[in-house]
Design a protein. Structure first.
Length: 202
């Protein structure tokens, strides 16, 4: 049993390391115009759940609880790049673990919102200083946090989500912590759908 857990943790660490390297390479591609998405119909809930499965053991090692709230109804397929969107989810989970680790809890939910699908993550850390919120998606912006990071992860995530016709929203959650929403349309006319951070967390 212990060997299986260690293997899973090692695999998760390796996958995240590769994702981090991919993020840096993607930033260079964005800058020189070579960044492309391999768009295809995908089951976004499945991609999210794969990301959670990959990262959960790393969170458990840090004694951080990850609670997943699956959709209450069948979700339509969306058009997107599965590997790029998993890269987004892994990056957001890593941010929640890094900056919200003292809260020891992360909640992830996915649900229909109007003509779009909203993926929401919330941690219970200190949140983001209000004066820094408008800048967190800017390239190389690190803010006042002393945590590790290149300052390009959220910028690349925002690029991927925007090119998928969606929106990445980051706010301070009521009661403390950070709330993130990725909203992705499942129909062309919903390309400008916005993430409404309706309270779905306990």
């Amino acid at each position: 049993m212990l060997r299986s857990v260690l293997k899973l943790a090692f695999a998760a660490s390796l996958i995240f390391l590769l994702a981090a390297c991919s993020t840096r390479a993607d930033y260079v591609r964005v800058q020189d115009g070579r960044f492309v998405l391999n768009v295809q119909p995908i089951d976004i809930a499945s991609e999210l759940e794969d990301s959670i499965y990959t990262y959960r053991e790393l969170l458990r090692q840090d004694e951080i609880e990850l609670r997943y709230l699956p959709p209450e109804e069948d979700l339509p397929m969306i058009n997107g790049d599965p590997e790029r969107l998993k890269q987004v989810f892994l990056n957001l989970l890593d941010n929640a673990a890094k900056y919200g680790k003292n809260g020891k809890r992360i909640i992830v939910a996915i649900a229909l919102e109007g003509d779009a699908i909203a993926i929401k993550m919330r941690d219970y850390g200190p949140g983001i200083p209000p004066e820094e919120l408008p800048h967190v998606k800017e390239k190389f912006y690190k803010g006042s946090s002393k945590e590790r990071g290149s300052g390009i992860g959220l910028a690349v995530c925002d690029e991927i989500v925007t090119r998928s016709g969606g929106m990445l929203t980051i706010l301070n959650a009521p009661g403390g912590g950070t709330a993130v929403a990725v909203t992705l349309p499942f129909a062309p006319e919903s390309a400008n759908a916005k993430a409404h951070l309706t309270e779905v967390y306990e």
